[in-house]
Write a new protein. Structure first.
Length: 140
C-alpha cells in the first residue's frame, strides 16, 4: 500500500485518535514494519528485543472476518524471527473490539495514560491502556 492508500484506509477506520496523513505514513514506513492485506494493515516497529504495534486498521466492511488476527499473527511471526521478546501497544480503553482482539493474544494491561486520546468534540478525552505481550510465553 502507498502512504496515500494507508492514510485513506486509516481515515475510514479512525476518527479518534486522529487519522494519520500520507506524510506521516511516508515518514514511518522508512523505519517500521508493515503487514498488509486487501483493505487492512498493521504498522509496527522493532526496537532491540521489543516491538510496538503503532496502528492496526481494517476496513469496516472487512471486520469480523479474522483479518486483524491474521495481521497480528504475521507481525508476531516476523517479530519472533527478529528475536523480539515483547510486544507493546496503546489502545483506547473504550475500543472494545480491539481489546477483545488483543486479549485473545494474551496481552496484559501494564499501564494507563489518562486523557490520551482527544475526542472529536473535545468534551470527553479517552484514556489509553498500555498493553504488553510476552512472545516467549505466547509462542509456546
Amino acid at each position: 500500500m502507498t502512504p496515500e492508500e494507508l492514510s485513506t484506509l486509516h481515515h475510514k477506520c479512525f476518527l479518534q485518535p486522529r487519522p494519520w496523513s500520507p506524510n506521516e505514513f511516508r515518514q514511518l514506513l522508512g523505519s517500521c514494519f508493515l503487514v498488509e492485506r486487501s483493505n487492512a494493515f498493521l504498522l509496527g516497529r522493532f526496537i532491540f528485543d521489543d516491538a510496538e504495534i503503532l496502528t492496526l486498521a481494517v476496513s469496516p466492511r472487512e471486520r469480523r472476518k479474522g483479518v486483524a488476527s491474521l495481521l497480528v499473527k504475521e507481525f508476531f511471526l516476523k517479530a519472533t524471527e527478529q528475536g523480539i521478546k515483547r510486544v507493546t501497544l496503546e489502545v483506547a480503553e473504550d475500543n472494545l473490539p480491539a481489546l477483545a482482539l488483543y486479549n485473545s493474544f494474551h496481552f496484559i494491561n501494564i499501564g494507563r495514560r489518562e486523557k490520551y486520546y482527544k475526542s472529536i468534540n473535545q468534551q470527553k478525552n479517552v484514556a489509553a491502556l498500555v498493553l504488553s505481550c510476552d512472545l516467549l510465553l505466547t509462542n509456546q
